[in-house]
Structures are given as C-alpha cells and as structure tokens.
Design a protein around this ligand. Structure first.
Ligand code: 7RM
Length: 654
C-alpha cells in the first residue's frame, strides 16, 4: 500500500434519501430495516440456524457437519456436505412447474430470440457433460471456456460443473496471448469455444484466436467448437485429431453418462482470472458449496426474485458478475434470465430499452460505466421505449456518482424502481454490501449496509476502527461462504495480497467510509487515493464532483508527482456532446471542483479525452492515466485494457 489511508477526507455532500415505493415494499421478502436487522443479527449470532434455513432448497446430497472452519487465511465452509452445482441449478427444478418455464431468453445482436426452458437447458447440460466425460475429462480436470454470450456458454459452465471439472471462463475479448497464459496457468485439458460471435455489427473470430493460443498450451488435448455463425458467415479451420464439432460430439454422447458427480463442499468449482496491477493475472479459486450458497442467497434477497420476473444482468459471463448473477445465482433460484449477445449501442443507443420493452424485463443489473454512456447520449433514447415492466434496478463494478444514480433512478426506473448499489469483488464471489430493495432507504452513491453474515469495518493502517464519517481501509472481519479459497497455484500470493495488510482480517484493497447513518461509501482502490497538499481524498469524490457539472460525461482523477505539493491533481474529462473542450471549460471545471469540494481539491491540470482507458468490464484504469499524467511508460499488466488506442491518443495530446 503506497499511502497511509488514515484520514481519507470525506467530502460528499450527498444527504438525500430515496424510499422504495409502498407497492414494492408490500411484496418484498424483507420489508423493513428492522426485519433486515433481525436477520442480520441472526446470521452473525446464530449462523448455523441462519444458513441451515437459507440453504434448505439448494439440494445438498449429504448435510454439512461443520459450518465453517477459519484457519487464517484459509476458510472452509459446509465441511461434510456433498452436492453438485448443476444439480442445484437445474435438476432441482425439474420436479416443479419451472421445468417448462424459461431459464434463458436469449436475444442475439442481430435480433433473433431463443428461449430455453429449465427442462431443455438440463437436457443440453446432461449431453455435453456426457460428451466431456467421453473425451476423458475427469473430476478435477480443468476446462477452459472461450465463448461469447450465447446460451451454450451457460451449458458449457454447468456441464463442466456437472462432472466436477472446474471451469475457467476467459472473456471473449481477450487476445490469444492472454488466453494462452490463462490456459497454461491452470493447465486446462479441453477448450470449449465457438466459431465466432456478433459484436457491434461485426464478427469476433473466437475460434481463430483459440487456434493461435493453443499453439503453445501443452495441456490442451481437445478443442470443442460450437457453430454460432456457420461456415458461410465465418469460415474456420478444424484441426484433425484436436478440434471437434460440438453438435456432432453431443449427438454421439450417451446421456446416461451425464449424471451429476457428487463433489465435496470444498471441491473447486471454477477459477476466474483477475488482473493485478503488476505481474501476471491471479487465478481466483472458488469452491462449490460456499460459492453457490453465496450466489444463491444474495440473488434471492438483493434482487428479490419471483417466478414472474424477467431478470437481466448485462455483464459478460467472462466476469465474476456473469458467473454469480447470470448463471449460478439466478438459476439456482429458478429465475428467468435474459441474456443479450451484443453491444449496448447496436444498432443504436436505444437497444437496451428496446430489449426491456420486447421481453418485459422486470429487473436490470448493469454497471456505472454503461449508465454514464447512456447519460451522454441523452434521455431521448430511453423515452422511445416502454419501460413500465421494470421494478428493480442494480448497479455494480465501480462507485456510482450520485448524479448518475439519480439519472438511472429517474429516467430508467421512472422514480418507481429501487436501485441497489452492490459492492463486491471477484474474490468475494457474491454481493457483500448493498441495500435490500424493500427494506432500506437508499442514498445515492452509497452501497448501503452489509449483507447477511458479512462483517465489514473501516480501519486505519494499524487495524483500528476509524469510526463514522472517516475514511480508511475496507476490511472484512469474518469469512463469508463465497470468499475465495486461494490464488490458483500461488497460495503465498493469496496470503500476501489479502491477509498481510491487516492482522486477522481480509483486506479488500478498497478505501471507504461510513456516513453518520452507518451507510458505506466505497471511494475507490486504496492505491488510487490521492494526497493533495496533505489532504487524502478518494478518486470517486473528485470524479463525482466533476460529473455533477452539466457538461461532463465522465471523469478520472489521478495524482502526478509534484516537488512542491507531493502530488498534483490531474483530471481527465470526457465532455457531453456539443461542449467545447477549451480553456474556458477548463476554468469552469476547476472552479466547479473547488466549489463542490474545497479549494485544496482544485485540479492542477484538466485534460480532455475522447474516451478514458477502461478494463474490458468497464472500470477506469487509473493506473495507466497516472503514467500518462507523469509522462512515463506503463509497466505491468495491460491485457485487460479494452482499447489500447485510447492511451496512445492521450499521450499524443500531451
Ligand atoms: C463485481 C466486481 C472489484 C472492485 C472493488 C471496487 C469496485 C465494485 C462497486 C465498486 C464501488 C460498487 N468485481 N466496485 N462494485 N466500487 N461501488 N458498487 O466488480 O473484481 O471486477 O472488481 O470494483 O473497487 O474492489 S471486480
């Protein structure tokens, strides 16, 4: 950690409350702050009772003997239980009405729709599981998945889980080298892919990328190819002896061989790679029972799911949000999930809203980066569609600035839908900080309160609580079921990264504060916290002040080494259309920040940018902007950067 986080200053003047509507509350699972408090207390004081009741529907083949064992830094949950995650997500619904209810409604980028009931999805998973067994994939072998957003990617994940083979999904935007490194790190035996996918009207050649990656992956024996586009749209080469056609393979398989493997609670379910600021990506390992319980219970309460809901999580399956809230959480709850193949602006910026109207989506879960992009395009787009089916909105991935929150609540939720701002990480596996939509009032920019079983605290470097209205490090005092178990192949890195900073606790890497009402505000990665003339301030605070200016669409704040001040404040700003990036604007924005936060936070430099460098899941990469601001080359992992030309352009403008 580069700075002493002791006194991150708190400058958000947000004090507004928004209440869920009485109609929403009346039907909600948890209807008041008191009810939440009771359940929360139970989850901490009588965890056995709490988790026994809340997991009753998950199908444990044998019950657990010990709820949790916490031998720092290793947690083990539900020891003694055996289960199969695909059985919990699929088989358990077959004896109910859900068998014929849609599990997936798929909207392709060109506009086709496919529906798959729980019965049909189950059938496909059984067949592929049998086929994988036929290829010699055994319990414990790793299966890599490099696909787009098609129902078959869900089939692939659940089929791997069915035979006890941990999957590693690699986002389809990664280049061959990144895919190769991830396959090699976990020594995957089989790669599941597809010929290509539609994206922004073009075609992404996934299979061709796999071809290049597997030139240097000795562990890979077979590549199974789903034909999404067909040979006439995107011709691909199939290598004799290595590459197999998905459909042909599945046809030959004996469905009898697709029975679920019984696995122990702590059996690995998946490895998901997440980039560190330096060094190679970390393979975050999640295990079966704890992860599934975390995803299942949080989905049920945070999204307050009903059988009548059409639930849409816009995240790609290549990210943890796609794993927990597109696949394991909603399917284990028997939900109907919408899945969209393409880009939010194809063929135009109205696409999301048309999809909501067309499929009568009731719950939308998306990211601040998308919301800010929509704001930039204006309110005319959502106005063109009927959004009256929506009843609940969610946000995840970054701090959402109050302006964007209110825009989302007003223009998409039409003032009617609660917004849950959910904080969590790849490592946490499931949502840990949030409001519950029918129980809590909401404060824009705040992620709310701890979810059941979660004990967050804000501390200084010595691990002492800093109290309310003070910034510090966000840590978690107790293990929760879906905590990562290790970094694949590097337990020492796991210990160092998460358990060496604060004695006896999990360190999130985030800076945060609790407001006077106890609501948590995450102000950004602690490495990004700025030290401006002795004042420590989270990037989110400055960015939020900038975005509250009517001309600003998006902003990123970083520090630049400065001999006099220690750190000079440099802000990168993307303007809304029809605004001139000139000196007058720079001055106006500088004054605006001084006004909103204080003179000490007046930026030393304002730089205009067409777009900001982001990860492929939409997070601003401040680390790279810091290098641009300091005029130095970037080192460290850039494989997650969405568009390298953004950085090149920023450097040119220097
Ligand atoms: C789910 C996901 C994790 C990091 C996390 C934070 C930031 C995520 C919020 C947020 C403020 C939120 N996993 N973050 N959600 N910050 N408010 N609601 O994003 O591993 O990719 O990223 O994202 O910094 O540590 S992740």
């Amino acid at each position: 950690m580069s700075i002493d986080p002791q006194d991150i200053e708190t400058h958000s003047h947000e004090s507004r409350w928004f209440e869920p509507s009485p109609e929403f509350v009346a039907k909600a699972r948890v209807r008041s702050a008191e009810e939440y408090e009771k359940l929360y207390r139970e989850s901490l004081d009588s965890p056995e009772t709490f988790w026994k009741r809340e997991t009753g529907d998950l199908v444990f083949r044998s019950p657990w003997k010990e709820l949790v064992e916490w031998k720092l830094p290793h947690a083990r949950w539900f020891e003694g239980a055996t289960l199969n995650a695909s059985e919990s997500c699929l088989d358990r619904h077959l004896s109910t009405d859900r068998k014929d209810a849609p599990a997936l409604i798929w909207e392709s980028e060109p506009g086709e729709t496919r529906r798959m009931t729980y019965g049909e999805l189950h059938q496909k998973v059984v067949e592929l599981a049998a086929a994988l067994r036929g290829l010699g994939v055994k319990k414990g072998d790793r299966v890599a998945i490099y696909m787009g957003m098609v129902p078959e990617v869900v089939v692939a994940m659940l089929a791997a889980a069915r035979i006890g083979a941990p999957h590693t999904v690699v986002f389809g935007g990664f280049a061959a080298e990144s895919l190769r490194d991830r396959i090699n790190d976990c020594a995957a035996k089989v790669v599941l892919t597809q010929d290509g996918a539609y994206r922004r009207g073009g075609v992404v050649p996934l299979k061709a990328t796999v071809d290049r990656a597997v030139e240097a992956t000795p562990s890979v024996e077979k590549v199974v190819v789903f034909r999404r586009l067909g040979q006439s749209v995107l011709p691909i080469e199939m290598k004799e002896g290595r590459d197999l056609d998905w459909d042909a393979l599945v046809k030959q398989a004996d469905p009898e061989a697709g029975a679920p493997e019984s696995v122990d609670a702590e059996h690995p379910l998946f490895i998901l790679y997440t980039s560190g600021s330096t060094g190679k990506p970390k393979g975050v390992l999640h295990t079966t029972a704890g992860y599934l319980v975390g995803a299942h219970v949080s989905t049920k309460y945070v999204f307050d799911l009903r059988d009548s809901d059409v639930y849409w999580c816009t995240a790609d399956v290549g990210w943890v949000t796609g794993h927990s809230y597109l696949v394991y959480g909603p399917l284990s709850n028997g939900a109907t999930c919408l899945m969209y193949e393409g880009a939010p602006n194809h063929p135009d910026w109205g696409r999301f809203w048309q999809i909501i109207e067309k499929h009568k989506v009731t719950i939308l879960y998306t990211a601040p980066t998308a919301i800010r992009a929509f704001i930039r395009q204006g309110t005319d787009w959502p106005k063109k569609s009927d959004l009256s089916s929506l009843r609940l909105l969610g946000s995840v991935g970054e701090p959402i600035n109050p302006e964007a929150w209110v825009w989302y609540h007003t223009n998409i939720g039409q003032g009617r839908c609660p917004v849950v701002d959910t904080w969590w990480q790849t490592e946490t596996g499931s949502i840990l900080l949030t409001t519950l939509p029918g129980a809590h009032k909401m404060r824009p920019g705040s992620t709310g309160l701890p979810f059941f079983g979660v004990v967050p605290e804000i501390v200084n470097k010595a691990g002492e609580p800093v109290g309310r209205e003070k910034g510090g490090l966000l840590i978690l005092r107790r293990p929760w079921p879906s905590i990562l178990r290790t970094v694949w192949g590097d337990d020492e890195r796991f210990r160092k990264q998460y358990f060496s900073e604060i004695q006896g606790a999990y360190f999130t890497g985030d800076g945060a504060r609790q407001d006077k009402d106890g609501y948590f505000h995450v102000v950004g990665r602690i490495d990004d916290v700025l030290n401006v003339s002795g004042h420590r301030i989270g990037t989110a605070e400055i960015e939020s002040a900038l975005v509250s200016h009517p001309s600003v669409a998006e902003a990123a704040a970083v520090g630049r080494p400065d001999e006099l001040k220690g750190q000079a404040l440099v802000v990168f700003v993307t303007l809304k259309p029809n605004n001139e990036p000139n000196e007058a604007m720079k001055k106006a924005l500088t004054e605006h920040v001084a006004q909103e936060i204080g003179k000490f936070a007046r930026p030393d430099a304002v730089r205009f940018a067409e777009s900001l460098p982001k990860t492929r899941s939409g997070k601003i990469m401040r680390r790279l902007l810091k290098d641009v601001a300091a005029g130095r080359e970037s080192t460290g992992d850039t494989s997650t950067l969405e568009d390298y030309s953004v950085i090149a352009r920023l450097r040119e403008e220097d």
